[in-house]
Design a binder for this molecule. Structure first.
Ligand code: ACM
Ligand code: ZN
Length: 765
């Protein structure tokens, strides 16, 4: 500690009227104030601390560091109202930015904060930038008279090179200002790739000068779906928007200043209805077409037999490459039906001429032809995992979205992979089961599940694992129609993803993450982010108590929160039962719980209806395994007393794609059985059909079964509660068999595919 510094500290303290100053007394930041997301690779705290004040100087000697200094100043100004001088030298009360040239580990940095100075040494401009992002998170989160930075030694570098966030601007358009904020927040979380999904069936959003009808026609739609897909209702309001090339340049530059690469996506051959509407000659039938107004997948795609299509796309990509310096161009490739190609003479001729055995091979031809073009211009392609079908283009990177299988297959073929499996990375899914949740596309992806994601599949060898370049969360915007809702869907799930992608695997700890998140959300408050608050609400976990019964474990991560609950359906208040231990389910009814802070309720309450029955918590064996995308954590979900909900987003339903279901529950002894039941669901718009037939049977020994109840007619919509009342039936093993509906009929959504069969809660009375 130098004298100069002591004096300056004392003056500040006196001015603040907080403490008196006695000699060379050491001052420190409050303990436990290091709360960084994503968690750095290595942090050690020291007893020292740095006092940042108006006299502190940033030392930056090159343009990059000066730019980074300016971004730091922008944050500081928002927080304190003042900025720091940026100079070429200084050694006391300084923040020193230095940038080296370690290309092998370019995004890494070291940060040391001591009494006299803070030094950030980046391995490259990006590393220095990330060091500054860390410094921002070492500052107090609220405006303080004394801005102490705790003494630390940090050595940091990312685990994965590709750390992405996607945004679908096709279904809904988002302004340039919003996208800049999106980029600010990405940078704050050390995410480095923005995947801009620019073209869709429902709208083309990038100006292409050679094709003005993309602006005039393809960027607009007549109306938009209102509410749930299955309701098939429309709002009657014209909708549109696109980015001019000047705006695109502005975004790309803004992103580059934040060390974020923008990867544009131009979808082909599917998701192209808007473009076909503008240029109908590019489709197999020649149209007329109409820019999409409903969500989902459309049969009309670019004609693969028509050379004008390739020329059009090359022209488009020429303009796109002028705007985007990224090494990668995303060319889609997902969800491209083959029905038009099957009937199109041009497509069939192309298949014959090129010796392609089926339409999947034709899609592969399409993608490879575009890849060749982009490679000739020095660019690489990324495509969704459908590009594996019919043969992978030689240099393609695969984005694995339909689970992890595409990623595994591509890595085994020595192709680079970005993981975006729906189960962990689709932020358009629900993040809470709360009844007040705004309408979302489906699924259930709470923050904790994002946090639990491991991008490297265990199926890969260490050599193959090197092809997993990272992961990305996708924000499909069918149901996400405005800025506030978008931010609500992205944060804090993106905070969790950032840690998955940046921090060492062995440093990850969810409870510790949530503790840091409590501090971190104040930074989001400062940026006026409409983040979701579910992580701090009361949660309930329905558990197998191991004694043939069901317990509910309640929890809340809210600072100073106290949980109270009721089991008589009344609203929980601070005079209800305080929660001290797991609550056992002993009768049919609803458990309601709420966390309170200073006597006031916080967030949604937990409310769960339970059906009490003989099968509760008993052993379940399944003859068939549910599809991974709709498979609860364990078979226990079938007998946990919780009936799957109508939105099927509660991890209760067992979903079977085109296959049957069979389950057996084993009771403790042979006993009287008065009734059996199971629920199924019917949402044909989502390809979920009722079973053809449900059969229950019983057995004393688990070998010989006798049929006791059968049903083969079901309600036309929503949840079907199949219930059989029984007399004089005894048994120990109860079996249920549900026969899948089979192929989805022509004319219906998903026609020709195997129907989904959903079942939950096997009730035995
Ligand atoms: C996708 O979700 N269709 C890539
Ligand atoms: Zn065709």
């Amino acid at each position: 500690m130098t004298m100069k510094r002591v004096i300056h500290l004392c003056l500040l303290m006196a001015a603040g009227g907080l403490w008196s100053c006695s000699g060379s007394q050491q001052t420190t930041a409050p303990k436990g104030s290091v709360s960084i997301i994503p968690m750095p690779a290595s942090v050690s705290e020291t007893a020292d601390s740095f006092l940042l004040d108006k006299q502190t100087v940033i030392v930056a000697t090159n343009d990059n560091d000066k730019k980074t200094a300016a971004l730091f100043n922008a944050w500081l100004k928002e927080l304190t109202g003042y900025e720091l001088a940026v100079k070429d030298q200084g050694d006391k009360n300084v923040i020193i930015l230095e940038t080296g040239k370690d290309t092998a580990n370019a995004e890494g940095y070291t940060l040391t904060a001591g009494h006299d100075n803070i030094t950030i040494k980046g391995n490259s401009g990006a590393g220095t930038f990330y060091g500054v992002q860390t410094l921002i998170q070492l500052l107090p989160v609220e405006k303080a008279k004394a801005m102490y930075v705790p003494g630390v030694n940090i050595t940091d570098a990312p685990r994965f090179a590709y750390r992405g966030l996607h945004l679908d601007v096709g279904r809904h358009f988002f302004s340039v200002d919003f996208i800049k904020k999106y980029i600010d927040l990405m940078a704050m979380h050390k995410l480095n790739t923005f995947h801009w999904h620019l073209t869709e069936d429902q709208g083309w959003r990038i100006e292409i000068k050679k094709y003005p009808r993309l602006q005039e026609v393809a960027s607009k739609r007549k109306e938009t779906m209102a509410g749930r897909y299955a309701d098939n209702k429309y709002d009657g309001k014209p909708y549109g928007g696109y980015y001019t090339q000047e705006q695109v340049k502005e975004v790309v530059k803004y992103a580059a200043d934040h060390f974020i690469t923008v990867i544009p996506e131009i979808e082909m051959p599917g998701h192209s209805l808007a473009a076909l509407t503008a240029y109908p000659n590019l489709g197999c039938t020649g149209g007329p077409y109409e820019v999409g107004t409903r969500w989902g997948v459309y049969d009309d795609v670019y004609c693969a037999g028509n050379d004008s299509v390739y020329l059009f796309l090359q022209d488009v990509l020429d303009e796109v490459m002028e705007l985007f310096p990224s090494k990668y161009i995303h060319i889609g490739g997902d969800e491209s039906p083959k029905v038009r190609w099957e009937k199109c003479p041009k497509c069939q001729l192309r298949m014959k001429q090129e010796g392609l055995k089926d339409e999947h091979a034709l899609q592969s031809y399409f993608i490879q032809r575009m890849e060749k073009y982009l490679n000739s211009k020095g660019r690489q392609i990324i495509g969704w995992d459908e590009i594996l079908e019919g043969g992978l283009a030689p240099n393609a990177t695969v984005m694995s979205w339909r689970g992890i299988e595409g990623g595994i297959a591509a890595a085994k073929q020595k192709h680079d992979v970005i993981m975006t499996p729906g189960e962990f990375c689709y932020f358009d899914h629900y993040q809470s089961r709360g009844a007040n949740e705004p309408l979302a596309i489906g699924g259930f992806l709470p923050v904790s599940k994002v946090y639990s994601y491991e991008p490297v599949p265990t199926e890969l060898s260490a050599d193959e694992a090197k092809y997993i370049k990272g992961a990305q969360a996708n924000l499909w915007s069918e149901y996400i129609g405005n800025n506030d809702y978008m931010e609500y869907m992205v944060y804090p799930r993106a905070c969790a993803l950032s840690e998955v992608l940046w921090s060492p695997k062995d440093k990850r700890n969810y409870d510790n993450f949530v503790d840091r998140l409590k501090v971190h959300v104040k930074r989001l408050d400062l940026k006026k982010v409409n983040y979701a608050k579910h992580v701090f609400e009361v949660t309930g976990k329905v558990t197998d108590n191991g004694k043939g019964g069901v317990d509910v474990v309640l929890n809340s991560k809210l600072s100073g929160g106290k949980i109270f609950f009721t089991t008589d359906s009344t609203a929980p208040t601070p005079s209800a039962t305080p929660y001290t231990a797991p609550v056992s389910v002993t009768r049919t009814g609803t458990l309601r719980a709420q966390v309170f802070q200073d006597g006031k309720p916080f967030g949604n309450e937990y409310s769960q209806a339970f059906v009490y029955h003989k099968g509760l918590g008993k052993k379940v064996t399944m003859a068939s395994i549910a599809d991974a995308s709709h498979r609860p954590e364990s078979n226990f979900a079938l007998v946990n007393g919780v009936e799957g909900n109508a939105a099927y987003n509660d991890s209760e339903w067992f979903g079977f794609k085109g296959t049957d279901m069979e389950a057996i529950v084993e009771l403790d002894s042979i006993q009287d059985i008065h009734g059996v039941g199971i629920n199924t669901i019917n949402v044909k718009g989502d390809w979920i059909y009722p079973p053809k037939q449900v059969v229950f049977s019983v057995s004393d020994d688990g070998k010989t079964y006798k049929e006791i109840f059968k049903q083969n007619t079901f309600a036309q919509q929503g949840i079907n509660k199949v219930r059989g009342k029984l007399q004089s039936v005894r048994g120990r093993f109860v079996k249920v068999q549900l026969q899948n509906f089979g192929k989805i009929p022509a004319g219906a959504a998903g026609a020709g595919n195997g129907a989904w069969l959903f079942a939950d809660e096997f009730i035995i009375e």
